[in-house]
Structure formats: structure tokens, C-alpha cells
Design a protein around this ligand. Structure first.
Ligand code: ISL
Length: 564
């Protein structure tokens, strides 16, 4: 069986600090704001908080561009505020994991400020500097310069930026202000291990590791083939020394503490996953695969959600990740649109039941569940109308290269991003019905509050026993009370069914059935003869009746039964 461990039994809640709670009226969420809401999180029942970057940063990418790893972002507060928050978390028997963003730094980080100064600067090799390639002659007859290779940036344009000081290019897989660190330099690795120890010695319980599969590069930087260009994230991941560096990091740091690690595994296939999370590999505890969360995506377009596809993904996970591996379950985070708007139905009729159904699924599948702030309230996508409504650098850069060049009509671009933009999930938390949803006392938050805060907000949900918040809280308690939901086997009873997701979790004699109607119409579902229902544990509607052989499920109904 499994080796029982706290991080396998955890329910994780992601806090995006900029948007969680503003305590000092500057329109930006902060650490004292988080501290003031710890009771809210404890009552929900989550026991691990993942904090998106809280470090000193010029915010080209909302903190994913770090200027000083040992300093707290000024807008978020001070180190003393951080210590108070951490103590409050521990006092409530919860744990804290922080974001480790070490594939790149900010261009304002001291290492890069030095590195760009001259070719012989001691920090030059902390980053990747390369000469450009001679390009064709320009109209004036002089030869032009091209980037060292054709690597694209995730945020549009080339991944290489020409720096005038030394006339060489530096590598940035993300924004121009996010130069990639050179992990082949042992000094870089020592610096990273040292900053990790700094936070672990403070008492944090682990890390979510940003784009960790990208840390090892092929230093020859060959051009990507047309095929590789198609999914360049996969081409960037899995570099020649990725596993060596993760094992070294584990030996040098993680092995010395009781920590949880989860890698954001951009470009790692399910088949490659055991090589990172296998318990004999001594790399990371678990990773995020994007197969499920991006199963209904085609670039910036949303494509129709197909239940059979997502079910086959979860079945494959249960086959490939065995007793010596561990998995995560999540369908939302700060890089993706809102859960209920994307995988449920955010119409007035079905928003509440479908949000509860999704919570039922996330909290009964196999793997550590990660919930994103606001999803426990059923917060929805934002009604974006124009480019001015967005903050995200990804959107702004894409607007320049796609819309301003005439490749995509403006209306199409905005219409797509209304469903897929990362800013959907970054609008501030909706705490109550006061101005700006109680997020801030400032006249204007950094990103507009969704106007539906008057209906969807924490104050009303905490008070309403039938709210999404209180239903989620019951499910978390159920998962934490029954190890079968953590360690039990998983079986999909009807993989082909396009509207019903029905599965069992079983551990020894304890067996549960989860039945989810992913459609807005009622469905009479006949159970297989082998399934013998004992009692109804929970339903997202007012269902009370026991069943004989047929479940009459209303639109978006979810039920959990104990089986005989
Ligand atoms: O969100 C994406 C596209 O919409 C992804 O390509 C995303 O950029 C990728 O998953 C990496 O994400 C992480 O690193 C980025 C940062 O912008 C994201 O917020 C972070 O989660 C660079 O640090």
C-alpha cells in the first residue's frame, strides 16, 4: 500500500496575495489581509496554503519576476507581517508552502544587474548570454543581427533580447524582464539552495516550484524544428540535467526538512511523471500535469468540454501513477479561467449546483486536491469588454503581436480571452456587499472586482448552510475523515458516458460511490447490478431518498453513497 504522509492527506488552498485581501487601503492585497482571513480558511477546512509569490518584485508578471528572494514585496507588507501570518497558520494547525520561482529572476535582481554589465563580470554566467546570428543585409547594405536561435517566448516574440551594453542576447522564456538562470553554473544552484533553506529555516513547509522542468537547457541552443515550435513548452522541458538538478536539490535541501514539494510540470507528459515523483527517485513529491485543466483549450480559444476525455485522463493517471507515486487534482489556478465558468455552468440556474458538483469531484478523486481562492464561493469569469480591462502581460503582449498586426480581429481576441484570460481568476476576492466587495477600502482595486460581488460573496455564503462554501467545507471534512478518499483505489464505472461521471473509491472493506451529472438535464441512471448502495452521504441538492437500482439525477446533481 501507500506510505501515509501528511501531504498526501492535505487539502491545499491557493492564495494569490495581490487579490486576496487588502488591509491598508492601497488597492492591493497584502499579508496582514491574509492573516485576517485565516479563520475563514480554517473554517473551510483546508490545511495547506500555497502562497503565490510574496517576494520583492517590480511586478512585470505579478511577482513571478523576483528582485530579492529574501525580502517581502513592499505592497504586501514586511518580514514581520510574514512571520505573524506564518505563526497564525501554525497556530491553526495548517501549513504553508510558498512559490519557488527559480527558472528565472527579475532583470532587476542584483545578479542580473551585475551580469549585464560586462562579459567578464563574475555574474555573467548566472544567465545565458549568446552572440546574435548575422542576418540578411538591410536596405542600407549593412548586415542585420538575428537572435541566436528561433526559441519563442511564452509571452510573445523571441525568447532572446539584445542587450545594448555588451551587444549580446540574453535568454528569457517568459517576459523580457524575466531572464532565465543558468543552472549549469554550480554557483547558481548553491544560491537557490541557500534561499530555500532561508525560508525553510523560518518554518515554511515546502514549495510549489514554478516551471521547474525548464531549469536545464541545452547550452548549444539549436533551432527548434517546425514540430517542436508547435509545442515549444515540451521542447523546453526535460533538459539534459533536469533530473540531476532536482536530485541534487533534494539531497541538499529537502531531505533535511519535513517538506512538501509540488512542481509546476510544464512540458512533462504523464508517462514521464513517475521519473519525478516516484518515491525512489528523490526528486519532488508531486507535480501538476496540465492534461485535464487544458483539455478544453485550443490556444486562447475554449473548445467544447468533453466529459469522456477528462474521464480518460483520470483513468490514465490511476494506471500510470502507482503506489510509489503521487498525484495532484486541480482544475483552476491563477493561470486559468474560473472553475465554474470553465468546467461547470455559470448561468443563474446552475452556477451553485455545478460549482458544488465540481468540488465533489475534486475532493473525491485520487491525488492531493488544490483549490483556488474564490472557487469555494463559485466566483465566475469577468465580463471583459476591451483591452483596457486587462492587466496581464500575457494578454498585453499578445494584443500587440496578434491584434495590432491585424492577425486577429480585436472582437475575436477579446471574445476568446473573456473565456480564457488569466485575469479571470485574478479579480479580487468577493468578501461582502460593501464597495469593491470588501476587498479594499481604496476607491479602485488594482484589478476591477467582478460586479457580481453583490450576489456572490463570502459573508453571505458563510452564513448560508446551503452555500457552496459550506458544502465544500463538508466535503473537505469527509475527505479528511475517511482515508479511502485519499488512499483508496479508483474505478470509473462508465468511461464512455458523455454526461454522467460515476466512480468508486475503495480501501479494504470501505467503499464509496460518486455520481456526477455533468449535464443540465435530468438523467435516470441504472446502476450496475454489482453496485449495492448502503446510504447517501451527501448530495448537492435536497436529495434524501435511497435508491433501489436507478439514480434519478437532476441537472448538475452530485451524490456520494456509501456502498455495501
Ligand atoms: O498560463 C500560461 C498560458 O496562459 C502558461 O503558459 C504559464 O505561463 C505557464 O504555465 C507557466 O506559469 C508559471 O510561470 C510563469 C507565470 O507567469 C505563471 O503565473 C506561473 O504559474 C512565469 O513565471
Amino acid at each position: 500500500g501507500y506510505q501515509p504522509t501528511w501531504w498526501k492527506e492535505a487539502v491545499v488552498y491557493q492564495v494569490y496575495p495581490r487579490s486576496f485581501k487588502d488591509s491598508n487601503g492601497d488597492g492591493i492585497g497584502d499579508i496582514p489581509g491574509i492573516t485576517s482571513k485565516l479563520d475563514y480558511l480554517q473554517k473551510l477546512g483546508v490545511n495547506v496554503i500555497w502562497l503565490s509569490p510574496h517576494y520583492d518584485s517590480p511586478n512585470a508578471d505579478n511577482g513571478y519576476d523576483i528582485r530579492d528572494y529574501r525580502k517581502v514585496m513592499a505592497e504586501f507588507g514586511t518580514m514581520a507581517d510574514f512571520d505573524v501570518m506564518l505563526a497564525g497558520i501554525k497556530q491553526r494547525h495548517m501549513r504553508l508552502i510558498i512559490d519557488l520561482v527559480v527558472n528565472h529572476t527579475s532583470d532587476e535582481h542584483h545578479w542580473f544587474v551585475e551580469s549585464r554589465k560586462s562579459k567578464d563580470n563574475p555574474y555573467r554566467d548566472f544567465y545565458f548570454w549568446r552572440d546574435g546570428k548575422p542576418g540578411p543585409a538591410g536596405p542600407d547594405g549593412k548586415s542585420t543581427m538575428l537572435p541566436p536561435n528561433n526559441d519563442p517566448s511564452f509571452f510573445s516574440g523571441s525568447a532572446w533580447q539584445l542587450d545594448p551594453i555588451t551587444s549580446q542576447y540574453y535568454l528569457h522564456y517568459f517576459a523580457v524582464k524575466q531572464p532565465d538562470l543558468n543552472w549549469d553554473n554550480p554557483k547558481v544552484r548553491e544560491e537557490v539552495y541557500s534561499l530555500m533553506r532561508f525560508w525553510l529555516d523560518k518554518g515554511v513547509d515546502g514549495f510549489r516550484m514554478d516551471v521547474i522542468p525548464l531549469i536545464s537547457k541545452n547550452p548549444a541552443f539549436p533551432d527548434l524544428t517546425p514540430d517542436q515550435l508547435h509545442s515549444y513548452g515540451n521542447a523546453y522541458a526535460n533538459g539534459p540535467h533536469m533530473h540531476d538538478y532536482l536530485q541534487e536539490m533534494n539531497r541538499n535541501v529537502m531531505a533535511k526538512y519535513d517538506v512538501m514539494t509540488v512542481g509546476e510540470a510544464l512540458g512533462i507528459s504523464l508517462e514521464q511523471t513517475p521519473l519525478i515523483v516516484g518515491d525512489n527517485r528523490r526528486e519532488l513529491n508531486m507535480i501538476f500535469n496540465f492534461d485535464a485543466i487544458r483539455s478544453n483549450r485550443d490556444g486562447i480559444k475554449l473548445k467544447p468540454f468533453d466529459l469522456a476525455t477528462i474521464k480518460s485522463i483520470y483513468t490514465r493517471h490511476s494506471e500510470v501513477l502507482g503506489k510509489h507515486d503521487w498525484d495532484t487534482v486541480f482544475l483552476s489556478n491563477h493561470d486559468n479561467p474560473r472553475l465554474v465558468s470553465t468546467f461547470g455552468d455559470d448561468s443563474p440556474e446552475f452556477r451553485i449546483p455545478s460549482a458544488k458538483l465540481l468540488a465533489t469531484m475534486l475532493l473525491t478523486l485520487r491525488g492531493t486536491p488544490f483549490l483556488y481562492q474564490g472557487d469555494e464561493l463559485g466566483m465566475t469569469n469577468y465580463p471583459f469588454k476591451s483591452i483596457a480591462d486587462f492587466d496581464d502581460i500575457e494578454v498585453k503582449n499578445a494584443y500587440k503581436t496578434q491584434v495590432l498586426t491585424g492577425k486577429i480581429p480585436e472582437e475575436t481576441f477579446i471574445a476568446n480571452l473573456r473565456h480564457t484570460s488569466r485575469d479571470n481568476s485574478r479579480t479580487p476576492m468577493q468578501w461582502d456587499t460593501s464597495a469593491n466587495g470588501g476587498f479594499t477600502t481604496a476607491p479602485k482595486p488594482w484589478l476591477a472586482e467582478n460586479p457580481n460581488y453583490t450576489e456572490i460573496n463570502a459573508a453571505s455564503e458563510v452564513a448560508d448552510p446551503n452555500s457552496i462554501y459550506n458544502y465544500t467545507s463538508k466535503l473537505i471534512a469527509l475527505r479528511r475523515a475517511h482515508q479511502v478518499f485519499v488512499y483508496g483505489d479508483y474505478k470509473d464505472l462508465d468511461p464512455e458516458n458523455k454526461s454522467i461521471f460515476i466512480y468508486t473509491r475503495a480501501l479494504g472493506a470501505e467503499r464509496y460511490l460518486v455520481a456526477l451529472n455533468f449535464s443540465s438535464g435530468p438523467v435516470a441512471y441504472t446502476l450496475p447490478a454489482s453496485v449495492k448502495v448502503d446510504s447517501l452521504i451527501i448530495s448537492n441538492l435536497d436529495t434524501t431518498g435511497l435508491v433501489t437500482g436507478t439514480l434519478n439525477l437532476a441537472g448538475w446533481e452530485a451524490r456520494i453513497y456509501k456502498l455495501r
